[in-house]
Design a protein around this ligand. Structure first.
Ligand SMILES: NC(=O)C1=CN([C@@H]2O[C@H](COP(=O)(O)OP(=O)(O)OC[C@H]3O[C@@H](n4cnc5c(N)ncnc54)[C@H](O)[C@@H]3O)[C@@H](O)[C@H]2O)C=CC1
Ligand SMILES: O=C([O-])CC(=O)C(=O)O
Length: 281
């Protein structure tokens, strides 16, 4: 008969969830490190990177080396695939995973709007698409309010100039933000429009919309603000159960468009997958 310790070890090995990460940039690197340091019930099994040589030092520093696989094969070797690459790769990463009934954690949330059939594909195959709160705040409350009736959702984003440079809306409209001395309102519209004009800057607006009243009813303002050093997002929700407003001031990561808290949000989400005590919606 197996000793108690053997049984426990065996059970742990059987139930461990394998995690694959697509993209080792500012978000993916931190998630890989956290998984390697230990998250209850989860193992980093695979990564997909554009340039393996660039990430060799990181991989060598991990206690357990993950397999390096092509981006569209993560779903073959992982139970949970974490997408943290540029949004144009979202489909290549998520489709094969959910087709195999796996879970995909998506941070390039804006990219989901043009690929929403992936949700149907996941449903048909027993897969899941999971959107973390990411760089935002309060999606637990928005989820709860959406069980009742939400009347309106508004969001105002203020970012330093470096957090907005290169956004298609700015380039296409030939807006000079480099020489701003005071805040400039760049955009006012729906979350769907914001995601098109600012695909690498406004994932949070889309996450908010999916938690609440959808991308066409979520109102967004975007300001380029030379007076701030953080990515600031404020949301206001009016619902039949509550009225709330919240704001978050994100410290930019090494990628100025991305708040440091984004990776931590994904790590917190991964911790919940097998945690015995889960707090928050
Ligand atoms: N949901 C949220 O709250 C937030 C989402 N984001 C989004 O998360 C995504 C990742 O952001 P960051 O990590 O800051 O970006 P990053 O630019 O630092 O990292 C992206 C990584 O993907 C890699 N990559 C590119 N093509 C690849 C390929 N074909 N195969 C494998 N890897 C590839 C790049 O080499 C890079 O290392 C972006 O789409 C960003 O807009 C960013 C901030 C907040
Ligand atoms: O990090 C942030 O503050 C938000 C962000 O870039 C995004 O939504 O893509």
């Amino acid at each position: 008969m197996a000793r108690r310790w053997d049984v426990m070890t065996e059970r742990k090995a059987v139930s461990e969830l394998r995690v694959g990460i697509a993209g080792l940039g500012s978000i993916g690197t931190k998630i890989a490190t956290a998984l390697d340091q230990g998250i209850e019930g989860l193992t980093l099994s695979a990564i997909a990177v554009r340039d393996p040589a660039k990430h060799q030092a990181l991989v060598d520093g991990l206690r357990r080396s993950p397999t390096i696989v092509p981006i569209d094969q993560l779903g073959d070797v992982a139970d949970i695939v974490v997408e943290c690459a540029p949004s144009q790769h979202l489909r290549e990463i998520v489709e094969p995973a959910v087709r195999r009934g796996k879970s995909a954690v998506v941070v390039s949330v804006g990219g989901l709007l043009d690929n929403f059939d992936l949700v149907d594909l996941a449903r048909a195959n027993g897969g899941r698409i999971i959107v973390p709160t990411g760089a935002l705040i309060g999606l637990d409350a928005v989820n709860a309010a959406a069980v009742g009736t939400i009347h309106s959702v508004k969001m105002v984003t203020r970012k330093p100039i470096d957090g907005l440079k290169g956004a298609p809306f700015i380039v296409e409209n030939n807006i000079d933000i480099d020489n701003l001395r005071e805040p400039l309102k760049l955009f006012e519209g729906t979350a769907r429009e914001a995601a098109k004009g600012f695909p690498a800057n406004l994932n949070v607006a889309v996450a908010l919309s999916l938690a609440g009243v959808g991308p066409d009813r979520t109102q967004v303002q975007i300001w380029a603000d030379p007076t701030v050093t953080r990515n600031v997002h404020r949301i206001e929700v009016e619902a039949d159960s509550a009225r709330f407003s919240m704001s978050i001031e994100n410290i930019p990561s090494e990628n100025p468009k991305t708040g440091l808290i984004t990776a931590l949000s994904v790590i917190a989400l991964l911790r919940k997958q097998r945690a015995t005590l889960c707090v928050g919606t």
